[in-house]
Design a protein around this ligand. Sequence first.
Ligand SMILES: Nc1nc2c(ncn2[C@@H]2O[C@H](COP(=O)(O)OP(=O)(O)O)[C@@H](O)[C@H]2O)c(=O)[nH]1
Ligand SMILES: [Mg+2]
Length: 325
Amino acid sequence: MDQERGASEQPKHKHKIIAAIPCFNEQRCIGSVVVMTKKFVDSVIVIDDGSTDATAEVAAEAGATVHKHDQNRGYGAAIRSALEKGRQLGADVLVVLDGDGQHDPSDIPNLVKPVVEGEADVVVGSRFLGKGKRPPLYRRLGQRVLTTATNMGSGQTVSDSQSGFRAYSSKALRELTLAESGMSVSSEIQFAIGKSGLRVAEVPIAVSYIDRAKRNPIGHAVSVLSRLLVLISLRQPLLLFGVPGFVLMAGGVAFGVRVLARYSETRELAVGNALGMVLLFQAGLLALFTALMLQAMKELMRGEVARLAKEVRGYTPAEESTEGE
Ligand SMILES: Nc1nc2c(ncn2[C@@H]2O[C@H](COP(=O)(O)OP(=O)(O)O)[C@@H](O)[C@H]2O)c(=O)[nH]1
Ligand SMILES: [Mg+2]
């Protein structure tokens, strides 16, 4: 792929590469992010998610096409808009990066390479591969928990499940249908990848951590984790409820055996053990029942969801949008 930095108005690539930047109140950095990003792609779209500052004006002035949400709908909703715009504009590769300057646009050529070369449909820019500067320790710990949970639940293993720097092939743009509105969309994408048989690759990226985190890291981790539990329970109910259900019931049986043994020895009812038996057995039964119910729902809905997703893909909600450039 040829990369001519100076010739900014000519198509720079054999493939149509579009960048989309989800933003919420990023007037301070978005201008320079757009200008730097333009060097590496054919066009830049900024998804302004109901910002109350001058994000949209600055982005348009810097040369981006601005797609506005009339109110703040969340990062996930902005990612959905980004994929939708990429599809509409016929992108061969859609690159998504943050608008706060933490990502380095000069990583874009590396990120799009596996898609351009036909080796991957989704490329995740990983902060944990390579030798670059890594996030602060407390962030790394939180990220690790989220990545482990996402990897286990989705069956897809990546080193950085929460990265906001990604590239998508046109196939990925067609296949991915997402529902999460918040930051948990990054995990949801990983679940969706497994389901739709898309190929994933990871490349190392640099990140800068000059500013303090805007969101409370604990609140962020808890909100993503709780959504992850919902995602796992919907996709893998047998794993989330069935396995603990079995373990609880086995515990109940063990207590029951002890009650019987004690009774046959002493003719006394071991009240504590009996209570334990009843409680564990009931809890286990409830969990197993939930697992089976969710599994049945999942199987019933599978075909229906696929059909609806195909229909919805052709539909674009009417939204305000202002064009820059
Ligand atoms: N669309 C949208 N984007 C958001 C929202 N919150 C954050 N972002 C954007 O998502 C990117 C990453 O957010 P940031 O808060 O920097 O996350 P962090 O770097 O992981 O702490 C930035 O470009 C933000 O502007 C939101 O509510 N809606
Ligand atoms: Mg950030």
